[in-house]
Design a binder for this molecule. Sequence first.
Ligand SMILES: Nc1ncnc2c1ncn2[C@@H]1O[C@H](COP(=O)(O)OP(=O)(O)OP(=O)(O)O)[C@@H](O)[C@H]1O
Length: 316
Amino acid sequence: MAVGLPQRSEEPYDMGVSAAGLALQVVDVRKRFGRGNRSVLALDDLSLSVHAGEVVGLLGPNGAGKSTLLRIIAGLIRQDAGEIRIFGAAAGPQNRRRLGMLVEAPALYPFLTAREHLDMLGRAENNRSEVEPILRRVGLFAAADKKVAGFSLGMKQRLGIGCTLIGRPEAIVLDEPTNGLDPDGIQEVRALIRDLSEKDGLAVLLSSHLLAEVERVCDRVVIINHGRLAAEGAVADLTREQGRFHLRVDNPQAVAASINHETELQEGGVFVRLEASEVPDMLQAIIRSGARVHEAKWVRSDLEQVFLSETREARP
Ligand SMILES: Nc1ncnc2c1ncn2[C@@H]1O[C@H](COP(=O)(O)OP(=O)(O)OP(=O)(O)O)[C@@H](O)[C@H]1O
């Protein structure tokens, strides 16, 4: 059953660019920890954006700056330069209320039930009518009156996400939402994130180390490395752009030797690494050389290969 969350009825904020669908903008954000030559530049003029209703994955190797960015967006630490914009206006206490944030492990009380957690937050927000729809949305309606102490990690994580939904945010930021979960828990959280985007229209920015998971749940990914943007785009575009071309030919060795691109002999054919735009010229050259081609196809990369190739280079 589709369970819609209550939508905001009041509109007390400057909508600005949100009319154009931008929920969150990170504009030239810079953050350095420490001073002198032992300081670390965690974010180096980083810019990215998340549109309304979109699920964006924030990826990067250890130390890339993901948590620093999410903590700046949450207002837990301040950037040295640059700006965070929320629905078109500079981030501040007012419009941060439009963001639900789970950037550290959910702080749950084992002796309270799921309903009691949400009730407590609902009282603080002066709105307890949200509790029932949120319990349904995060799949905890049947377990609503059970103590959190007996919850699985996945249930706790869903309750943590449920807590961020109190106050009817229009965008949510999640740090490693599937970290440590078993396959069932991962699948439940994935379905929840997709529902929040598709059924409730929320923008979601999430960080994750689980690339296959990100590939499944995100509309778009942003890969950062050393605090800078390394790549961004729809998963389908990134994996297509970085794909390889497979040729099944009579004499793979001879064809590989005649091609002016990086090649690999495999599966009775030749894999050629090149840009999609270079394919027509390469094919023409092969045919002209007299090679007999039985099959020629573009083979998509996966997100892991894109991630590795975009983050491979050494620190400058
Ligand atoms: N409070 C801090 N004081 C000093 N350096 C810090 C602090 N927080 C982060 N850093 C440094 O800033 C850089 C970015 O760290 P950050 O935790 O944002 O990376 P991350 O991408 O979240 O990494 P991980 O995937 O390992 O969590 C790292 O070099 C880290 O050591």
